[in-house]
Design a protein around this ligand. Structure first.
Ligand code: FAD
Length: 568
């Protein structure tokens, strides 16, 4: 079955589930009316179906290579990048003054997800550029913005993000890369970075690295880190790539999936860089990029899930095994269960991501703190649940295929291998969950409460038309409220952290039910209502076990000592 980007699904979500009309009603995003949104989604879907999806398998079979220091991308990737760039998809939400389209983040999130479903390893490249542009937009000097942003938006140049070092993964504050002032406003950046996505390519005339490094005297930990823009080629007086900078790709990591996307060990040896943001303010600047990328990585999970689902559905509609009414395995109860779970979870994860993107747009358009807080609260859920959904859906996709699932030719295994990393990069899902129960509840639970109040009001409003589903959502929301209060009452942060992952997942489950209920109300009597009737009694109840786990505290966890874990 060939991949079909879910443009129609997005149109439904925009219109009926996440209230995109509020974004379109703002002055800032007034041009994003329904007709424009549909046209953009349909055009992006065409690119995904016709240009990007055909690159998925070649990228896996013919990984990017490093030949004598020169990157050789997978077959067709250069043309794929050009098509993405020429369509204006990289700068979709970028500043129109510098060549962007100024469109809402919700649209970018949708298009990014559709591209990830088509070919995630290539889609990572524009995703990195988008994150970099966002960091530059908010933190760089006007001169840097004028020089770099138009070229990044047009795809002439590409961007990367460089945080990770061998000893500094989740603990970014442990990094040791250094930056020394050159005395002319530039800095000499030195150090080794690992795992750098698209650290180089053969389809852009320059590659711009955002690098975290420590200035002389910078205090230990994250407070002493600064951010630098370090291009592969130093721009000449006309702003064109000039002299090669002192940096190189040392090697490529050999990894489980995403073979078309080079993951690089980078060496910076006194490379010339420009400060972005304040001295020692690197983490704040990097967080702008990471928040953008977190939404994007959640979307990658959903996209890969969508691709895996379509493949599994196609297989189930054709594979004959055992006696069923249609003659194919789709009529076996267990196969039907797997496919319904896949579809229902993709819907839930997609709605969460889109709600988060809508909140981001509303925060930008109105400047209101409540929208900003909602976006901040939903970001870790969107990232972690999107990634987990992609992984579980792709894993189930392999199962639907039976033995053919582990045979590479079907493509089912590739989705699973490719998506696996999404719960690891951009902050592991464990770190996302800790952020949710730590920093994101520091507001006294206001953002969480606003969301739960909204779910409660919605469930009450649905009692007349959908009494059973409304009651189940209402009850689950109450349990979530109690668990949130329990977590906030814990002064020992380990009591929160021990339950962080199950709490995040439970929150996503309840949100998923809320959106499914919304879809059922918007389209009564149809497939969407039937999917909600599947999700709410079968998948929502998982929240109860998760919340019990979330409130179990740290004591019984640490009672299982390291020696116990090692015992035979
Ligand atoms: C394919 C790929 C592409 C990548 N691209 C980039 C890139 O472009 N730029 C970049 O800078 N980095 C990139 N990374 C690096 C990625 O962001 C890190 O792998 C990730 O942050 C985790 O760091 P780590 O691998 O060192 O794991 P570790 O930090 O060693 O974590 C190991 C385990 O311990 C857990 N853990 C660690 N600290 C804590 C804590 N405080 N509390 C609870 N649990 C904890 C983690 O959740 C994880 O389960 C990429 C990685 C991969 C695999």
């Amino acid at each position: 079955m060939t991949y079909r980007a879910p443009a129609a699904e997005y149109q439904f979500l925009f219109r009926h589930v996440v209230g995109f009309d509020r974004v379109a009603a703002t002055e800032r995003f007034g041009e994003a009316d329904e007709g424009t949104v549909s046209a953009i989604l349909n055009e992006a879907a065409k690119l995904c179906d016709e240009v990007l999806a055909p690159l998925q398998r070649p990228g896996d079979l013919h990984p990017t290579r490093l030949e004598n220091g020169v990157m050789r991308s997978s077959p067709g990737f250069a043309e794929g990048w050009r098509a993405i760039a020429d369509g204006g998809w990289i700068g979709m939400s970028g500043d129109p003054k510098r060549g962007g389209m100024g469109l809402p983040m919700a649209l970018t999130a949708a298009v990014n997800e559709m591209m990830a479903g088509a070919c995630m390893s290539l889609q990572l490249a524009p995703l990195m550029s988008q994150g970099q542009m966002e960091a530059l937009e908010h933190h760089a000097s006007e001169a840097l913005k004028d020089l770099y942003m138009p070229k990044l938006m047009s795809g002439e140049w590409a961007g990367t993000m460089n945080l990770t070092e061998p000893q500094a993964g989740s603990d970014v504050g442990a990094l040791t890369s250094k930056a020394v002032p050159n005395g002319d406003g530039t800095f000499a950046v030195s150090g080794q970075k690992i795992f750098i996505t698209w650290g180089d390519n053969d389809f852009c005339s320059n590659v711009c690295h955002l690098v975290l490094a420590r200035l002389p005297g910078g205090q230990p930990g994250t407070k002493g880190i600064s951010l630098f823009l370090v291009p592969k080629f130093l721009p000449d007086e006309n702003g064109e790539p000039g002299v090669a900078n002192s940096l190189k790709v040392v090697s490529l990591e050999h990894k489980l999936g995403l073979h078309g996307s080079p993951t690089c060990v980078m060496d910076y040896d006194g490379a010339t860089g420009w400060l972005v943001g304040a001295e020692n303010g690197g983490m704040a600047a990097m967080f702008t990029m990471m928040n953008n990328a977190r939404l994007g990585v959640g979307g990658q999970g959903i996209g890969a899930g969508e691709g895996a689902y379509q493949l599994a559905l196609g297989f189930a509609l054709e594979r004959k095994q055992g006696k069923t009414p249609s003659g194919t395995i789709i009529d076996h109860a267990d196969v039907r269960r797997m496919l319904a779970e896949m579809k229902a979870d993709i819907f839930a994860a997609r709605a969460i991501m889109l709600d988060c993107a809508v909140a981001t747009d509303m925060a930008e358009a109105t400047g209101e703190a409540d929208w900003r807080a909602r976006a901040a609260f939903l970001t870790p859920i969107s990232k972690a649940f999107g990634a987990d959904t992609g992984i579980s859906v792709a894993q189930t996709g392999v199962q639907v295929h039976g033995g053919m699932g582990v045979i590479e030719e079907t493509g089912a295994a590739q989705f699973y291998r490719d998506v696996r990393v999404t719960s690891i990069y951009e902050g592991t899902n464990g770190i996302q969950a800790m952020d949710l129960v730590g920093r994101k509840l520091k507001d006294g639970g206001d953002a969480a409460c606003h969301l739960m109040d909204e779910i409660e009001t919605h469930a009450e409003g649905a009692r007349a038309s959908h009494p059973r589903m409304a009651e189940a959502v209402w009850q689950a929301n109450e349990s979530l409220r109690e668990a949130t209060e329990w977590l906030m009452a814990q002064d020992d942060m380990n009591n929160r952290f021990a339950g962080a992952v199950p709490y995040l997942r439970a929150f996503a489950r309840v949100l998923g039910a809320h959106y499914h209920l919304g879809a059922a109300r918007a389209a009564p009597g149809g497939a969407r209502e039937r999917l909600a009737r599947f999700y709410i009694p079968r998948m929502l109840p998982e929240h109860a076990g998760l919340l019990a786990h979330a409130q179990a505290g740290a004591q019984t966890l640490f009672d299982v000592s390291a020696d116990d874990l090692a015992a035979g």
